[in-house]
Design a protein around this ligand. Structure first.
Ligand code: NAP
Length: 322
């Protein structure tokens, strides 16, 4: 079978399409014929081996995870011993970030617990965009952020995979939503339905005097104190990810600042696939529509990952495998 293989840390050019052995499902795993995958921050970080901290997880000198791809949509093709949830032919999707990866390939063996049955009306390309970014948006806004009807919400890094889905979830709560990203994406953000848009190179959203009830930040670059400044009384700031030093600062100071100010600073620790059924329901009701960049052929994985790194995309970059 064909797979996109990474032998060393470096750049997207190190991703090579190769013939590799068809994987056999271990106990509790199923083999999925991959139809589509999507590019995520993990893929970009593993390709470069940066931040260096990540090498503790992915291999100190070279990547242990040779086949990237942590969002998968496909059909179950074979079932390993002890795997009971799925039968061959079922259409499934899931977030493989808790260990398996391997979706940039024609077939992948994954623990059955990382998969859910796809809603009938969903295409494979759509399904590949939802498990990771959809749940970062859902868990960030709803479960950690406690979003309420009609609130003023700001999404920082609004043009990426999380932003496009978070907008639709927030709109479902009747919120007024501001999106922050670079100037070239603002027209697309307005067309997607953001009420207000800000160019982060021109405007510091923590310095406008505009108070937000809830901020979801996919690109944390500022100090916790600056974020507090942008919050309304009892406002909540939830970081989904960003600069490692800033995240450590937020983790260290968040608890005490929350106690002292009555505003809340939190960092989301994603629980992969927890609540994916809810994302599927939102899709089926028509309230959640993935924004797709591509699809790109599996053979173009290197170009797709480079595009993610350059942040030229709006929404999710999708790889079409079969
Ligand atoms: N919490 C967890 O458990 C967990 C798990 C996995 C991943 N994550 C994190 O979740 C996030 C996923 O976000 P995503 O998939 O939406 O990323 P994405 O697709 O890369 O989108 C990020 C957007 O932010 C923009 N941006 C860059 N710098 C910015 C700045 N200073 N201010 C505002 N916007 C900026 C980028 O555009 P330009 O660069 O062109 O400006 C891009 O449009 C990542 O941070 C990832 O590390 C968290």
């Amino acid at each position: 079978m064909k797979a996109v293989v990474l032998e060393r840390y470096g750049s997207p050019e190190d991703l090579r399409v190769q013939e590799v052995a068809l994987p056999e499902p271990k106990r509790g795993e199923v083999r999925v014929k991959v139809h589509a995958s999507a590019v995520n921050d993990w893929d970009w970080s593993i390709v470069r081996g940066r931040p260096y901290l990540y090498r503790l997880m992915f291999g100190l000198t070279k990547p242990r995870t040779r086949v990237l791809g942590m969002e998968v949509a496909g059909t179950v093709e074979a079932v390993g011993d002890g795997a009971t949830r799925f039968t061959p032919g079922q259409r499934v999707y899931g977030d493989l970030s808790s260990g398996a990866f391997g979706a940039f390939a024609e077939y992948g063996c994954v623990p059955e617990g990382s998969l859910r049955v796809m809603p009938a009306s969903m295409t494979f390309e759509q399904a590949a965009t939802l498990p990771h970014a959809g749940l970062l948006a859902w868990q960030g806004l709803v479960e950690v952020g406690g979003i309420q009807q009609g609130e003023r919400v700001l999404l920082n890094g609004a043009g990426g995979g999380v932003g496009a889905l978070a907008l639709q979830i927030a709109k479902g709560y009747g919120c007024e939503v501001t999106g922050v990203d670079k100037a070239s994406k603002l027209e697309a953000l307005t067309a997607m339905g953001f009420d207000h848009v800000l160019d982060y190179l021109q405007t510091d959203f923590t310095a406008t005097g505009e108070p937000y009830d809830l901020i979801l930040d996919a690109r944390t670059t500022r100090s916790p104190l600056r974020h507090l400044r942008a919050l309304a009384p009892r406002g909540r700031y939830v970081s989904v990810g960003g600069d490692v030093a800033r995240l450590l600062q937020a983790a260290a100071m968040g608890w005490i600042l929350t106690k002292v100010t009555g505003k809340r600073l939190a960092i989301l620790a994603l629980e992969p696939n927890e609540g994916l059924e809810r994302i599927g329901e939102l899709f089926e009701s028509g309230s959640l529509r993935p924004v797709i960049d591509g699809p790109y052929d599996l053979a173009d994985a290197s170009r797709a990952v480079a595009r993610f790194g350059a942040a030229d995309h709006v929404g999710k970059i999708v790889l079409e495998v079969a």
